[in-house]
Design a protein. Structure first.
Length: 180
């Protein structure tokens, strides 16, 4: 049966019964009204599935009941956070700021000497030990330590970073800029 005037009249006639059933399920008139509305929308969009001559109330009650149980299952997985304390602990830094910070970081990194940049990237970004970085560069371990320290200090100066808290959320940037 397609959605036509007769079908509409059948649905409209069932609304009081649907609402009473929804209130008995939810114990909340506002939620019940939302549930009835969702039921009507679902029934209207699936009008071709309704078999003419069958009990429309049974069909609508089945839709309403299924919607209620789907909503109930969904709510069981949700976390109640009336005072916002849970949400306050969950935070992500805005991506647009991270992108701008990374652009600033890349520009500052490019201003370092090649030796300082190489040592800093090997130790900070690649995670090599000072000994491994010294072997890669063919210099003494003390030279690598000195280059990394000077590179970090210069980056902090170029980026105007006063403390670790100003570096941002990116662990890679923290590893490169923050003193070890």
């Amino acid at each position: 049966m397609k959605a036509d005037a007769a079908f509409r009249d059948l649905i409209l006639g069932a609304i009081p019964s649907l609402r009473a059933f929804a209130i008995s399920l939810t114990n909340d008139p506002v939620r019940a009204d939302d549930l009835v509305q969702d039921t009507i929308l679902r029934a209207w969009s699936n009008a071709e599935r309704f078999e003419s001559g069958t009990n429309i109330n049974a069909w609508l009650f089945t839709i309403l009941r299924n919607l209620f149980h789907s909503e109930y299952r969904k709510q069981r997985r949700e976390v109640e956070d009336a005072d916002g304390s849970y949400a306050a602990r969950l935070k992500t830094h805005p991506e647009q700021q991270a992108h701008l910070d990374f652009d600033d970081f890349r520009a500052a990194l490019a201003k370092l000497s090649a030796d300082h940049r190489e040592a800093l990237l090997l130790v900070g970004a690649e995670g090599l030990s000072y000994e491994e970085a010294a072997a890669v560069c063919g210099v003494a371990v003390g030279t690598i330590k000195s280059r990394v320290n000077r590179a970090r200090a210069r980056l902090a100066e170029l980026l105007n970073v006063q403390s670790d808290s100003e570096i941002g959320p990116d662990d890679l940037v923290k590893a490169i800029v923050a003193p070890s």
